[in-house]
Design a protein around this ligand. Structure first.
Ligand code: PGA
Length: 245
């Protein structure tokens, strides 16, 4: 049985004070949710205070990126030991915005996954096709290349901690959700690419304009195991509704 995940990707939103305010408000709303893993991923400067505020709650903390070295002369980067020390247990890796604006490649995604696993952080690894790729019929090819590149030579022993997020780029922040059938088709395909011994237990999240009003239909699909949510994760009431599908 794969326990569903609702993960909030806050992107570059919320100051430390705003993040703490969100947590104060959301905690009572989701306190009885036991059948899902809930995660929020604030910006780096908000992690520490958010972690304090989340103490004793059923919501876990994640970061939005990780560098592959533990320390050193890498101005502007943040390492696994630092994320671990601040209280993170998850980290988003290879989000399409990082691929698009910051030169992230399948090779750097692979290095970041290794770093996360080394420090016992669960990576939430994002893949997904762009609009022109979908329109030209190359969705499966693109996703397969991303999956094979991301997980190249990753030991099967680590797979318990790996989470995948399928996020069609054309659905992110656009209000254009993939239909449940469109998403299911790709989720099933991704599961088929995973090593046999781990495929059935790996959670594959859908991301791209997930909202309280469409979450139920998406999550009803057999290979969709939760959501990676941007916009709708920013308000305590909509986040809590997402966690109660
Ligand atoms: P969205 O973002 O829910 O605002 O479409 C999803 C994501 O980028 O992870």
């Amino acid at each position: 049985m794969r326990k569903p995940i609702i993960a909030g990707n806050w992107k570059m939103f919320k100051t430390e004070a705003e993040a703490v305010d969100f947590v104060k408000k959301v905690k009572p709303l989701v306190k009885d949710v036991k059948d899902k893993t809930m995660i929020i991923c604030p910006t780096f400067p908000a992690l520490s205070k958010t972690a304090d505020e989340l103490q004793g709650s059923n919501v876990a903390l994640g970061a939005q990126n990780i560098f592959w070295e533990d320390e050193g002369a890498f101005t502007g980067e943040i390492s696994g030991p630092m994320l671990k020390a601040v209280g993170c247990t998850y980290v988003i890796i290879g989000h399409s915005e990082r691929r698009q604006y910051f030169g992230e490649t399948d090779e750097t995604v692979n290095k970041r996954i290794r770093a996360a696993l080394k420090h016992k952080l669960s990576p939430i690894v994002c893949v997904g096709e762009r609009l022109e790729e979908r329109e030209s019929g190359s969705t499966f090819k693109v996703v397969e290349t991303q999956i094979r590149g991301a997980f190249k030579d990753i030991d099967e022993a680590h797979w318990d901690n790996i989470i995948i997020a399928y996020e069609p780029v054309w659905a992110i922040g656009t209000g254009k959700t993939a239909t449940p059938d469109q998403a299911q088709e790709v989720h099933k395909f991704i599961r088929g690419l995973l090593p046999k011994s781990v495929a059935e237990k790996t959670r594959i999240l859908y991301g791209g304009s997930v909202k309280p009003n469409n979450v139920k239909d998406l999550m009803a699909q057999p290979d969709i195991d939760g959501g990676l949510v941007g916009g709708a994760s920013l308000k305590p009431d909509s986040f809590s509704q997402l966690a109660m599908f």
